[in-house]
Design a protein around this ligand. Structure first.
Ligand SMILES: [Zn+2]
Length: 347
């Protein structure tokens, strides 16, 4: 994810809620904020009033800190009413890490899209040794040096650690579905590019949009090529989703999972598209002579990256090079024993 300060968005709240408190962002919608152990240090969760109970959208990462906070919210924020449904917007650990624990505690229904559920199920059953070998190849192809590759190897894959089990059974949400919560109709709009089949919820009547990580203020959603699908073009998918979301009302109030709720959705969408356009132009320029993904990083990301950010950045750089290969602007150079390199096809 990267910082990009062009358009002034309107934020109704200057400060987020404290971790053990909430803010009523719109009638019947409580905004919670949980901590995360990453550079991106928080996630927003939304509790939707459903009369006798609550519907929770996203859960926080699996950790003792999250459980501790949830126990406090059970006593206070829920006002004695149960969580009856938990919606997981996508498979990333910060979004569904506490899902199993919450679903069991409340005997709640779990809803997500089929592909997000399958992806989580696949990742949590992958052994660390298998995953490390697999991802090691991917990082080697990107041009990571041996020392960093060894660090990747000792780190292992930690999806299972951060998520536990994704709840089963689940109820499928699909694009175009409508669900009623507390008398309000929410339209399910599937987003793509950041994750395979990400759930967003839109109330046309109240012009409310729970955007998850599809549209974020201040940072651009991570659009990454992952090891299992090295030739994927998630940037096309993301840009298609941005175009689709311009159909939403311009006055929509956006409730994202990172940053603060904001207005000016259309301007933000334009800005995200422009941001990727600039990155694509930079990439073509940098590829006049053949270049590896790791060599591209300081050109695309002009700040120091920690280890996790480097992982994101490699995936993101590949998303841009793969998109340009699909457009015919770059060529992929594959040589035995060498990292992958990219070169502009235009003089
Ligand atoms: Zn995410």
């Amino acid at each position: 994810m990267s910082t990009q300060p062009y358009v002034e968005l309107t934020y109704p709240f200057a400060e987020p809620p404290a971790h053990d408190s909430y803010i009523e962002v719109a009638p019947g919608i409580r905004w919670l904020r949980f901590p995360l152990p990453f550079a991106l240090n928080h996630i927003n969760l939304y509790l939707l009033d459903d009369g006798d109970g609550w519907v929770l959208v996203d859960t926080g990462i699996k950790s003792e800190i999250s459980y501790e906070l949830w126990r406090k919210h059970f006593e206070t924020t829920l006002e004695g009413r149960p969580i009856t449904r938990v919606i997981g917007t996508h498979f990333h650990p910060d979004h569904v890490g506490c899902a199993e624990w919450l679903v069991k505690h409340w005997n709640a229904e779990f809803l997500t899209s089929r592909t997000e559920w399958l992806t989580a199920t696949m990742l949590q059953s992958e052994t660390a040794i298998n995953a490390t070998a697999f991802w090691g190849e991917y990082y080697r192809a990107a041009g990571l040096d041996d020392e960093t590759l060894r660090a990747v190897a000792t780190r292992g894959e930690n999806y299972a650690e951060r998520v536990g089990q994704i709840p089963r059974p689940f109820t499928r949400l699909a694009d175009g579905d409508q669900i009623e919560i507390g008398g309000r109709i929410w339209h399910i709009i599937i987003g793509t590019g950041h994750s395979p089949e990400l759930i967003t919820l839109y109330s046309a009547e109240d012009r409310l949009f729970i955007s998850s990580d599809q549209v974020l203020p201040g940072i651009s959603p991570n659009i990454s090529v992952q090891a299992p699908e090295p030739y994927a073009d998630p940037l096309t998918e993301f840009l298609d989703s941005c175009a689709k979301l311009t159909a939403l009302d311009p006055e929509t109030y956006v409730l994202p999972m990172h940053g603060r709720p904001f207005y000016r959705l259309h301007e933000r969408l334009e800005e995200l598209v422009r941001h990727h356009g600039e990155r694509l132009a930079l990439t073509i320029e940098a590829c006049r002579t053949p270049i590896t993904i790791v060599e591209l990083l300081p050109i695309m990301f002009k700040r120091k990256l920690d280890f996790q950010q480097t992982q994101f950045a490699i995936g993101e750089a590949l998303a841009h090079t793969n998109h340009l290969v699909v457009l015919g602007d770059l060529e992929r150079i594959v040589e035995p024993g060498q990292p992958l390199r990219f070169q502009s096809s235009i003089g």
